[in-house]
Write a protein that binds this ligand. Structure first.
Ligand SMILES: [Zn+2]
Length: 158
C-alpha cells in the first residue's frame, strides 16, 4: 500500500484527523483523510492536535468543537499504534533495496512485462501475479507491484 501523503510504499492505515483554528467570530477547520503510513500519521496527528489545542478553542463554536476534535484525533491515533513503521525487514534508513523499484529490478522484470500485463488484463489478482512472478524474476513481490504501478503510470509496456 502506498502512503497517500508521502507516496512511500509502507504499511498504511486509514485515518481522519481534524484541525480547528478559532478566530472569535470565524473558525477555520480542515481535515486530513486518507491511507497514511506511520510516519505521516505521527506528523499529522501532532500538528493537527497541537494547533487545535493551542488556538482551536478561541471562539463560540470552536470552544465546544475543539475538545471534540482533540478527543477524536487521540482516539484515531491510538487506533494506529499497532501499525508497523515499515514492512518486515524494511529499514528505517531510507528505502530498503527490495522495496523500491531499482533499475536492476526493473530490467529483470522487463521480460515478464507482457506476461504480467496479460494476466492482469485477464483479471488475475495483482498480489497473486506478484507472488508468482517475483521468484522467477528474482525480485521481491513489492518490486513487482511497483513495476506494475510504474508501467501503468508511465506506459512502459510495449
Ligand atoms: Zn507517509
Amino acid at each position: 500500500m502506498r502512503c497517500q501523503a508521502c507516496g512511500k510504499h509502507r504499511p498504511t492505515r486509514r485515518v481522519v484527523f481534524y484541525r480547528n483554528i478559532g478566530a472569535l467570530v470565524m473558525r477555520f477547520s480542515n481535515q486530513i483523510d486518507g491511507n497514511l503510513c506511520k510516519r505521516c500519521i505521527n506528523s499529522y496527528f501532532f500538528e493537527y492536535t497541537a494547533v487545535t489545542l493551542a488556538v482551536g478553542w478561541l471562539g463560540l463554536i470552536s470552544f465546544f468543537l475543539a475538545p471534540i476534535f482533540v478527543v477524536h484525533n487521540v482516539a484515531r491515533y491510538c487506533g494506529t499504534l499497532g501499525l508497523p513503521a515499515d514492512y518486515p525487514g524494511g529499514s528505517c534508513h531510507g528505502e530498503h533495496p527490495t522495496e523500491s523499484l531499482t533499475r536492476d529490478a526493473a530490467e529483470r522484470l522487463l521480460p515478464f512485462a507482457q506476461e504480467i500485463g496479460d494476466r492482469l488484463d485477464y483479471g488475475e489478482d495483482l498480489d497473486a501475479v506478484a507472488a508468482d512472478v517475483a521468484p522467477r524474476a528474482n525480485v521481491s513481490a513489492v518490486q513487482v507491484e511497483l513495476f506494475v504501478e510504474a508501467v501503468a503510470t508511465k506506459g512502459l509496456r510495449a
